[in-house]
Design a protein around this ligand. Structure first.
Ligand code: S3P
Length: 443
């Protein structure tokens, strides 16, 4: 049998002094793009989205809502128009909804669909079909939802209609914005109030956007509450550039001598700033300027210049604020003087891949001492060699190792990179423009 086509990145070392330079804008924020479609769909009126991420994950959400009867025009150069159908206007789809590789689509949609009067089935690719879904199906069950999963609590998820949902008070066992958002979206359809208490702050885009659509959200410290039965009013959403995509360039420019790179219009919501806080603690030179607000979200330009990095013990409170940025941060750690230790990050084992195991294997293949631990990793900075890396279909692993090429002694070949498309279409082109010697090819 033929093996499926494999997108390979080949990254060659740069000439001395050839760092990342210039000004660039990375694509739109993935988390905000998903939410703009979801809330636009259940709002009353037309929502106009600008800067929408045209990556496979956000497109899976967009297509799902079309199948739920929502008229959506675009995307066209990041512009999308969603003709909202109101909280009760979604219609039964004509078959299962495929969420592809996207955990955010599956978990948030499960909450949003749990209180509908029709049945839905949500499916995903191999990676998504291995990821834990009980973290949403169990609390949704407490609200009265009827959701069937596999025996191990994974997709496909069959969501059956129920007479109604009831609000709950739920302390989140894991710091997860996806779970919080799923329950808040179900809460829009529930009788009474749904209150979620977080063990640590996580991204608050759902709360901010609900408020932006005129839906009352009550916040009290770590608790966030919504009452069911309100209405959302359509509006305009300007999606900032994704700090999680900017993260690869923040690391690349920090580790590559001679770099001076400005990333424009990046979302700097404090619940996403872990990557900047951690890199600065390691000695990175990152300047924030031109701060403004777009659709309730803070945005700024980030200028990053090469700087010598040092290893640190990563503060545990930064983990949820940098949860998607650890593959990139591990590359920074490999280029830092001394040891970097991450703890309290067991969640990394259930992302698009087991990011602790996959990063440790890749770093080891490049000659770096990397010791995986159940809840984190210990990385000793050193000289990166050349080697071959398996990205395991994980977009962020592929992009992180591409940046490692800026400091490696020889070429790095990265396999299984096609899913870079899920969050960062055009990554290789943009990185090449900034100065990374990267080629992509199907092999
Ligand atoms: C996301 C939340 C995070 C993050 C994911 C996007 C979101 O997941 O890893 O890429 O948009 O809510 P968890 O909340 O499960 O940690």
């Amino acid at each position: 049998m033929d093996s499926p086509p494999d997108l390979r990145f080949l990254v060659r070392p740069r000439a001395a002094g050839g760092g990342l330079r210039g000004r660039l804008r990375v694509p739109g924020d993935k988390s905000i793009s998903h939410r703009a479609i979801m809330l636009g769909a259940i709002a009353e009126g037309e929502t106009r989205i600008e800067g929408f991420l045209e990556g496979a994950d956000a497109l899976a959400t967009l297509r799902a809502f079309r199948r739920l009867g929502v008229v959506i025009e675009g995307p066209d150069a990041g512009q999308v128009r969603v003709q909202g159908v109101g909280l009760r206007g979604l219609q039964a789809p004509d078959g299962p909804l495929d969420m592809g590789n996207s955990g955010t689509s599956m978990r948030l949609l499960t909450g949003l669909l749990a209180g509908q009067t029709f049945a839905t089935t949500l499916t995903g690719d191999d990676s998504l079909s291995r990821r834990p879904m009980r973290r949403v199906t169990e609390p949704l069950g407490l609200m009265g939802a009827d959701i069937e999963s596999s025996a191990t609590g994974t997709a496909p998820l069959h969501i059956h209609p129920v007479a109604g949902l009831t609000g709950i008070n739920y302390p989140l066992p894991v710091a997860s914005a996806q779970v919080k958002s799923s329950l808040l979206l179900a809460g829009l359809y529930a009788a009474g109030e749904t209150c979620i208490t977080e063990p640590a702050p996580t991204r608050d885009h759902t709360e901010l956007m609900l408020a932006g659509f005129g839906y009352p959200v009550r916040r009290q410290g770590a608790r966030v509450c919504v009452c069911g039965g309100g209405r959302l009013t359509a509006g305009r959403v300007q999606v900032p550039a994704d700090i999680s995509s900017a993260a690869f360039f923040l690391v690349g420019a920090s580790i590559a001598p001679g770099s001076d790179l400005t990333l424009t219009g990046v979302g700097i919501n404090p619940t996403r700033l872990g990557v900047i806080n951690i890199l600065r603690a390691m000695g990175a030179d990152i300047a924030i300027s031109g701060e403004c607000t777009a659709a309730g979200e803070p945005v700024a330009d980030l200028r990053v210049r090469a700087a010598p990095l040092k290893g640190i013990a990563i503060p545990v409170d930064q983990v949820p604020l940098a949860i998607d940025e650890f593959p990139a941060l591990f590359i920074a750690a490999a280029c830092a003087a001394g040891e970097t230790v991450l703890t309290g990050a067991e969640e990394l084992r259930v992302k698009e891949s087991d990011r602790i195991a996959v990063m440790a294997a890749g770093l080891t293949a490049l000659g770096i001492e990397a010791e995986p631990r159940p809840d984190g990793i210990r990385i000793v900075g050193g000289a990166l060699g050349s080697g071959t890396i398996a990205a395991h279909g994980d977009h962020r692993i592929a992009m992180a190792f591409a940046m490692a090429g800026l400091r490696a002694a020889g070429p790095i070949e990265i396999h299984d990179c096609a899913n870079v498309e899920t969050s960062f279409p055009g990554f290789a082109r943009l990185a090449a423009q900034a100065g990374l010697a990267i080629e992509e090819s199907w092999v």
